[in-house]
Design a protein around this ligand. Sequence first.
Ligand SMILES: Nc1ncnc2c1ncn2[C@@H]1O[C@H](COP(=O)(O)O)[C@@H](OP(=O)(O)O)[C@H]1O
Ligand SMILES: [Mg+2]
Ligand SMILES: [Mg+2]
Ligand SMILES: [Mg+2]
Length: 318
Amino acid sequence: MSYEREKIIAIEAVLAATQLCEQVRQQISPAAIEKKDKSPVTIADYGSQALICRALAEAFPQDPVIAEEEAAALGSAEMKLQLQQVTDSIRQVIPTVVPAEVLNWIGHGSAQSGDRYWTLDPIDGTKGFLRQDQYAVALALVEAGEIKVGVLSCPALSLNGLGPGLLFTAVRGEGATMRSLENEASQPIQVAQGTQNLRFVESVESGHGNQSQQSAIAQTVGITAPSLRMDSQAKYAAVATGEAALYLRLPSPKTPDYREKIWDHAAGVIVVEEAGGKVTDMYGQKLDFTQGAKLVHNQGVIVSNGRLHDQVIAALAT
Ligand SMILES: Nc1ncnc2c1ncn2[C@@H]1O[C@H](COP(=O)(O)O)[C@@H](OP(=O)(O)O)[C@H]1O
Ligand SMILES: [Mg+2]
Ligand SMILES: [Mg+2]
Ligand SMILES: [Mg+2]
């Protein structure tokens, strides 16, 4: 089966959402709203989710969407001003939009499961976005547990003389490509083949991983360079393009029972796999995208150029 239409709609939606995020980031310094779990969210997270969910609902009305943000949080009485700000940010794209529609579109992303579903992170790396650092807009299509399409926009990323602002796309069996956000011309990407750029990437946020264990494992497999710390799924892009050989995300000792969210990985995983790399959990198991919003059967995420993978899993087992 061809996924051409899915790819085109996903790219168009992610580009529109990226533009909204960049406008929010550049016009005003984005303010953080605190969610129930104490993590931050912004006007741009909600605006991005609304735009992408609207596009998916229109093009693929049967497809469930499992997205990060919740309409109920933005729809409460004390959030009236923020809902208006989200609506205003969307008005630049859809002049007639009203707040109730915005809430409906965001709510379209509240699916819990599906055999064929989309998963969306409207802004991945919200903490990076707030620091004017790396962030991503990440959208993927999953069918029967297999990621089929991934679109990953990294508005603050520069690589190989392109950017800032890169878009990564992958379709299962068709390879992965990269282009600048401004220019449609795309080029195939590949993970590092030899020993060039023998370094690893990890989160900026120390609470999203185990940095001391990550350094120790990297050293065990022969990586002596200090880590490149980056917010968001831009880390997957770094491995997919050969900028880094490895991305390590081991469970934080502060949150040992944390389970990774599917939208934090799906788009990045297919981009790396189609660029020739490998992704598993810390035990070498495939990430299981059949269990709803969380990767309940997996812990830790190891992303590599393939060549280093078995060594890393072996080092973690000792
Ligand atoms: N204790 C934890 N361990 C691992 N990931 C966590 C975490 N708490 C939050 N996260 C996730 O880490 C993501 C950011 O990853 P990174 O640190 O690689 O930039 C967040 O995505 P959002 O920013 O979309 O909320 C959030 O889902
Ligand atoms: Mg979040
Ligand atoms: Mg995220
Ligand atoms: Mg997010």
